[in-house]
Design a protein around this ligand. Sequence first.
Ligand code: TNX
Length: 639
Amino acid sequence: MSYRLDFTVLHQTETETRLSLTLHNLSDQSLEAWSLAFILSRWIEPATVSHGHLKQNGSYCTLAAHPQSALQANGHFYTEFTIKTPPLTLHSDGITEACLYTATSDQPLPVVVTPLNLRQPAQERIHLDLPPAKAINLIPAPAALQELQGEFRWSRYTALAPVPDAATGCVRWLQQTLASWLDTPLTVEPQGQIHYQLKPELAEGAYHLLIEAEAIWLEASSSAGFSHATASLLQLLPAQPVHQVEHQITLPMVDIQDQPQYVHRGMMLDCARHFHPVTRIKRLLDQLARLKFNTFHWHLTDDEGWRIEIDAYPALTQIGAWRGPEEALIPQFSTIDRRHGGFYSKQDIRDIVAYAADRGIQVIPEIDIPGHCRAAIKSLPALLVDPEDHSSYRSIQNYSDNVLSPALEGTYTFLTTVLDEVCDLFPAPFLHVGADEVPHGVWTDSPACRKMMEEHGYTDPMELQGHLLRFVENYLSQKGKRMLGWQEVVKGDKVSKNTIVLPWMNEQAGLDCAGNGYEVIMQPAQYTYLDLAQSACAEEPGANWAGFLPLETVYSYRPLAALEPSDPKLKQVLGIQCGLWCEHVFSQSRFEYLLFPRLLAISEVCWCPPEQRHWDDFLARLHGQLAYLDRMGINYRPY
Ligand code: TNX
């Protein structure tokens, strides 16, 4: 270890933290003309830095001695500064990576970062005692389950009976899943014992699954119901390692009648902050389908990356999909000294959409506008930058150059071109336009924006956002797509009530949106943001801006619980989504640790009405599911 960085909380209040940073040169060479780069998500108040010259862009900070001076062998550099945010309580709130640039080396030098010294009493990790597993451990719990006496024995002669059209997708899913651990492929035969049967009298999404000694019946009125029946069937297969079961696979005889509480049961995945390979997404889709989610909300663009190939603008992915020391986009969140990135080609996207469709999952793309657009703006400056705009602002994620201008012709050219291609790629009749977190101060010092406000009689700059979003809403509706947006999509009061709103800041936001007559998909951070840390223990990875999110809190969620059960506004709740924002998610194992087992809890919240949910019973079934998670090699958080 030649260079080490220590970062210590000196004192903190609810609104302010004073920190010290010490860089140690443990080598036997003095460092000339050095500059330290480090990753910190909180905004450092520039005027409070005691020593050195500091610059910050997003989470990327650089610090150099001022005036420039060498850092002697065995010497150290010390500085202090203040952060005006809620207290730091987790190691992930601190500096996560650092490296050094010097005059004498053309490569960044690695710096070991010691965990943030919080100087607080150690907090406990949450541990749960799981009750014994049950005989049948379905998650989400079915509405009605009758256990029958006996079992269905799977043999190499087990086959599907001829399959109705509505079930061909989920049959492909069933065949692919079984192919990975059965030695004989599951084929369709006239005398097959597994029967998919259309029952028009069943409600949309509902299914009937009957397992008898000699036959299995999966009944539904549509492909959605068949997917749900298939999910239950897959969960009833034994979870032990293959070598223990290959010659004696049995399924318990059951009679299940089941249907979902909500039509929309989703998960949002942020693929911009860190890029997730196609294989990771497919593995996730397998799990989502098994848990009867029906929507994958794909967050494809953000400040830190543009992840979708657009034929008309190759620069979006040539430039906007990559961060690194040598790239137009500087490093953020991780990989401080390396290139990070990637994007989905149109073929990748078609492949994922089809893979999801076989599993009963629609894919809703999100193109986040007008904020969170730094990657697009850096890729297409000629089109998207207004050189006359001198407004100054700082976004929550500490950018001052990440918002599209509603007064620029290029913005509309860009949007219509991108939306044309995106709409062609995704069959779902929905498109999410983000609309979150446009920073205060934007557009205020732009002659073009001011002129536009005058022309339309707007008094609040947010009306410009409303103007832009109404344009997009109309454009999408001509293409047969309904617009979705985060809760801020209603700011400026211009979009129609046909827009579906996703309140995320808290429950109150949901009550407000529903009160204003919008249909909502509830995604309050305090219950559904799976990037939040799972306990207050400092080592627990994740974010904490909306508190901690243990399994039990996820499970306790009830949308708009403040309303009387008879309140008509409850009908405006289309469903629930969870989400994984990925500032902290730089590996498969971190990805799984944050998702599991909380994804199982939220699946039950989406599927089962509150009176059908029982925490202890859930824990017992979760216990029963752990063998499956183990077999899949999923790095779930242990309880
Ligand atoms: C808020 S939720 C955001 C995201 C962050 C997330 C971190 C929302 C619409 N915006 O940009 O990634 O918090 O938890």
